[in-house]
Design a protein around this ligand. Structure first.
Ligand SMILES: C[S@@+](CC[C@H](N)C(=O)[O-])C[C@H]1O[C@@H](n2cnc3c(N)ncnc32)[C@H](O)[C@@H]1O
Length: 207
């Protein structure tokens, strides 16, 4: 009887060990798959690899900038362009729960993992979409766009007119030839946040 109980315990431990091994292998496979996708991105000029904004170093400064430039941040429409796993969108959503927050990411697996992460962290307010920032042109007027993309991509977005009517905050990479409304240095190697205010019409600027 005692022997059977021990055997039962041994079997359930073995099953648990197998399940843990399976989870471990699954996580390794996901990690390798994401690394492979990132390597593919380095070959494309219309993409940027996934590298997260260092929230510990720039998160509080971003919130300060939003308080200063976004009007009433509690009412803003915030969009993270090229969102990766949407950490910045989550940060903003948790700070201003009444705001509208979106995250746009071109690589579907990143977007799915982002959705899962947002679900687990209960950031239900964030809408995560799969989309290419180079072909999207209809951000709602007055939106606040955050991005950590390359100057080349930002220049293309600017030239295509997709940033028109929006407040743009970009980490590290400025838009070529456009004077920022503000530059805020951040600690670490991501250097600074640039603010561009394209919300005002030229006639408003002139007056
Ligand atoms: C440097 S990471 C920034 C991630 C995140 N925004 C952050 O700050 O932590 C750039 C992200 O933009 C995505 N991306 C690159 N090109 C894109 C494009 N054309 N449209 C949408 N997303 C793009 C990449 O897949 C990657 O996840």
């Amino acid at each position: 009887m005692v022997c059977a109980a021990f055997r039962g315990e041994g079997v359930s431990r073995l099953i648990l060990l197998y399940i843990l091994q399976l989870i471990f292998l699954l996580l390794v496979a996901v990690y390798l798959y994401l690394t492979w996708i990132n390597l593919q991105l380095t070959r494309r000029k219309d993409r940027v690899v996934l590298l997260s904004s260092d929230r510990k170093k720039m998160g509080s400064q971003l919130l300060v900038l939003l308080e200063r430039f976004a009007g009433d941040p509690a009412q803003m429409h915030f969009i993270e362009l090229g969102a990766g796993f949407a950490y910045i969108a989550e940060l903003v959503a948790k700070r201003w729960p009444a705001s509208t927050v979106e995250a746009v990411e071109v690589v579907s697996p990143y977007a799915w993992l982002g959705k899962l992460r947002l679900l687990l962290s209960r950031a239900h307010q964030v809408t995560m979409k799969v989309g290419d920032v180079l072909t999207t042109k209809d951000y709602p007027t007055g939106s606040v766009l955050y991005c950590y993309l390359l100057t080349d991509l930002l220049d293309q977005m600017y030239q295509s007119g997709s940033l028109k009517g929006c407040l743009v905050i970009t980490l590290t990479f400025p838009i070529t030839g456009i004077e920022p409304a503000a530059i805020l240095p951040v600690a670490g190697w991501q250097k600074c946040l640039y603010v561009y205010d394209f919300r005002a019409t030229p006639s408003v600027l002139a007056s």
